[in-house]
Design a protein around this ligand. Structure first.
Ligand SMILES: [Zn+2]
Length: 153
């Protein structure tokens, strides 16, 4: 796994920086942008975790690996969300290509699916996971916690 810090990269990091260092909002944003630029130069991608939602997404995949950016929206632990995302990025870096409407069984021990969602004015590939009984959103019996993976926030 690529050791990219992730929780620090979330949007609320702006607020944390402002508070911790007495920066203005613009200064805090600038600081985060500089850190993202450094990570991007080193690894080719960064992850942004949104702490107000069970959501994490990548930046940099189109520019560096010719693949849509990826997103996960699932109420599991932030660490798991990041680890799942990083495993998918590693697969992309190794040459795998994912597309909306497809199912992949090569990355995890369960099948995953892909849909397109909007994120801050761009399109990303949202990764859908089945519940422990194999239900995907839209299947009869899919629990709400998994059904909400398809929400456009
Ligand atoms: Zn972002």
């Amino acid at each position: 796994m690529t050791p990219v810090p992730h929780e620090d990269s979330c949007l609320c990091a702006v607020c944390q920086l402002q508070t911790a260092e007495g920066l203005s909002y613009a200064e805090a944003l600038e600081r985060i942008q500089q850190r993202d630029d450094a990570l991007m130069a080193q690894y080719g991608w960064v992850a942004h975790a949104i702490t107000s939602l069970p959501l994490i997404h990548t930046h940099g995949l189109p520019e560096h690996f010719g693949h849509p950016d990826l997103e996960i929206r699932l109420a599991i632990s932030p660490d798991k969300r990041y680890n799942f995302l990083a495993a998918l990025v590693e697969a992309v870096k190794a040459g795998r290509r994912f597309a909306a409407g497809q199912e992949d069984t090569t990355v995890f021990s369960v099948p995953i699916r892909f849909i397109v969602r909007e994120e801050s004015g761009r399109s990303v590939l949202r990764v859908l996971f089945p519940d422990p009984d194999g239900h995907f959103p839209g299947d009869p019996g899919c629990p709400p916690a998994w059904e909400t993976q398809v929400l456009q926030d």
